[in-house]
Design a protein around this ligand. Structure first.
Ligand SMILES: Cc1cc2nc3c(=O)[nH]c(=O)nc-3n(C[C@H](O)[C@H](O)[C@H](O)COP(=O)(O)OP(=O)(O)OC[C@H]3O[C@@H](n4cnc5c(N)ncnc54)[C@H](O)[C@@H]3O)c2cc1C
Length: 520
């Protein structure tokens, strides 16, 4: 993953690529892995960093979606449960099982959720992560020692998967490159090319680092820009009717004392009928999420005050120590690109299935779905794009394609576990240069060598890339991340050949951005 080299490949080519993919989130990178591994020639451009959009801001669950079961969407749940299993098989270093406990405070909850979750087990079939079962009050408290005890009757435990979204995305991007794709971050599609018949034939891209614009010809263009899908569709047809309804979800992060033990809490019905989770993640407690319809979309959505209050209030109903505003280490928002189906009054009732839409100009848009189903979405999308482009049909091979870093016993690498097999090379680098083992902040496990690794091998270009997505410092503890920024800027500047002025501007820009993760 060497940006200058990959950018050079993109700029120097004049013959059309088989596919140009716009958008470097789970959907776009998933398509790049799928298409390249089928043997097609693939280019992908991302306007910011890989995962800057929704794909680094999810709840980090590889799940079937218990909530969709309740809505009767059995096929969506079955598909997602199967994909959950495939995800764990192909990226065992990043996807792990997690026990979820539904605490029961009313007499009817135990039989009601017990039966529902047994059905969830059945639907998973051979892809099951473990059988659900009812728990006594004592067993519930053994698993969740920080749960509110008053009126607790027991619980139901079931199993789902957990992963690190931005890390999986980087490893998918590396997999795409290994399969022959050319993927470039900080390169936006600013307009679309059309042939004499008015059909889409590529895009004009702008490299944000140099400001240069250049053409990328392609037989098919896949628009995988999530909540920005309609903006890209309007580049082809200014009158295109919107297909995406954006909905914002917020997460709050607290220290580990709020959720001791190994299990997560799942609240199937909050006061306004939504699902909420409290999850142990990288030694912290992650609580969320909300679902609020919004009008505009942005790369840095900001949590609304009422969303923060709602999460604090709901968490306080279940945790023995109710969290308060000053306990928040980081608060962040993500935007769901829900696909409109008919009139859909509330965002919670919009389709969570993925949708592939072909505009009259031949622009193919893939949107919706979930992180968990990215592989299946890509399989569908690439098959349709190949037909559209008149390419020879080739079988999808991602069902058994190992993702970069594949390793079965990565837990032995400590906090470097998420790098999977790459942890061996990082440890080796630290052995040879012990100063690279220095921690960047006492509150978080990240070391200087990870910054160097991110710059050399993972296309990190800015302080934010390192602190938000190559490591998860910003999402875990925004104050610590701000404190880490100057040293990260110094290390990056040395690796990428930047000046002291660049370092200063990076630190200022990061402090500005990170302050929005600290609600007042
Ligand atoms: C709060 C929340 C929690 C969620 N939790 C889960 C979960 O636990 N499990 C699960 O399975 N799913 C979850 N999801 C769903 C999942 O995160 C999304 O479905 C998925 O990340 C969408 O990926 P995407 O690639 O379609 O969009 P994005 O990740 O947003 O990627 C689109 C990319 O396109 C880029 N782009 C836009 N315009 C251009 C342009 N002109 N040129 C180049 N690039 C461009 C953007 O910069 C962006 O990076 C959650 C979603 C939300 C909002």
């Amino acid at each position: 993953m060497n940006r200058p080299e990959l950018l050079g490949r993109l700029r120097s080519r004049s013959s059309p690529w088989d596919f140009l993919i716009i958008g470097g989130g789970a959907s776009g990178i998933g398509c790049a892995v799928d298409a390249a591994s089928r043997g097609y020639e693939v280019a992908l451009i991302e306007q910011h960093d890989f995962g800057k959009g929704t794909s680094s801001r999810s709840t980090k669950l590889a799940h079937g979606g218990v909530r969709y079961l309740e809505q009767g969407n059995i096929s969506l749940v079955m598909e997602a449960l199967k994909e959950r299993g495939i995800m764990r098989e192909n990226a065992p270093h990043l996807v792990s099982d997690l026990a979820f406990v539904v605490p029961n405070y009313a007499w009817w909850e135990s039989p009601f959720y017990g039966v529902g979750l047994r059905l969830y087990d059945l639907l998973a079939g051979k892809y099951g992560f473990g059988p659900s079962r009812n728990l006594s009050k004592e067993e519930t408290l053994e698993r969740l020692p920080t749960l509110k005890v008053e009126d607790l009757r027991g619980g139901v435990v079931y199993y789902d998967g957990q992963f690190d979204d931005a890390r999986l995305l980087v490893h998918l991007a590396m997999t795409a490159v290994e399969q022959g794709a050319t993927v470039v971050n900080y390169c936006a599609a600013v307009s679309l090319l059309k042939n004499a018949a008015g059909m889409i034939a590529g895009a004009v891209a702008r490299d944000s680092e140099s400001g240069d614009e250049f053409e990328i010809p392609a037989r098919a263009v896949i628009n995988a820009t999530g909540c920005f899908s309609d903006a890209v569709r309007r580049l082809a047809d200014p009158g295109a009717r919107p297909m995406v309804s954006p909905s914002q979800g917020v997460h709050l992060v607290f220290d580990a004392s709020f959720l001791r033990g190994e299990a997560a809490i799942m609240v199937p019905h909050t006061s306004d009928g939504r699902v909420m989770f409290a999850i142990p993640w990288h030694g912290h407690t992650l609580v969320g999420t909300t679902d609020t319809a919004i009008d505009g979309v942005s790369l840095e959505p900001v949590p609304f005050d009422q969303e923060i209050e709602f999460i604090l209030d709901t968490a306080g109903q279940y945790l023995a120590k109710p969290p308060v505003r000053s306990d928040i280490l980081s608060a962040w928002a993500g935007i769901r690109p829900l696909v409109k189906s008919g009139s859909g009054a509330s965002t919670a009732s919009l389709s969570r299935d993925h949708s592939i839409h072909i505009d009259p100009s031949g622009l193919l848009t893939v949107a919706g779905g979930k992180w968990t189903t990215y592989r299946h979405m890509a399989e569908d999308c690439v098959a349709q794009a190949a037909v559209l482009a008149g390419l020879e049909e080739r079988d999808c091979v991602t069902r058994r394609l190992r993702i970069h870093g594949y390793h079965h016993h990565a837990a032995k690498f400590g906090h470097l576990e998420v790098y999977g097999a790459d942890a061996i090379a990082i440890q080796e680098m630290i052995r040879n240069h012990p100063e690279r083992g220095r921690r960047l902040h006492e509150a978080l496990p990240y070391v200087e060598g990870e910054v160097i690794w991110a710059a050399r091998w993972e296309m990190a270009r800015t302080v934010e890339d390192v602190l938000s997505r190559r490591t998860r410092a910003l999402l875990l503890n925004a104050r610590a991340a701000i404190a880490m920024a100057p040293r990260v800027a110094e290390l990056l500047a040395a690796e990428l050949g930047y000046t002291v002025a660049w370092q200063r501007s990076q630190v200022d820009a990061f402090a500005d951005l990170a302050s929005a993760y600290l609600p007042r």
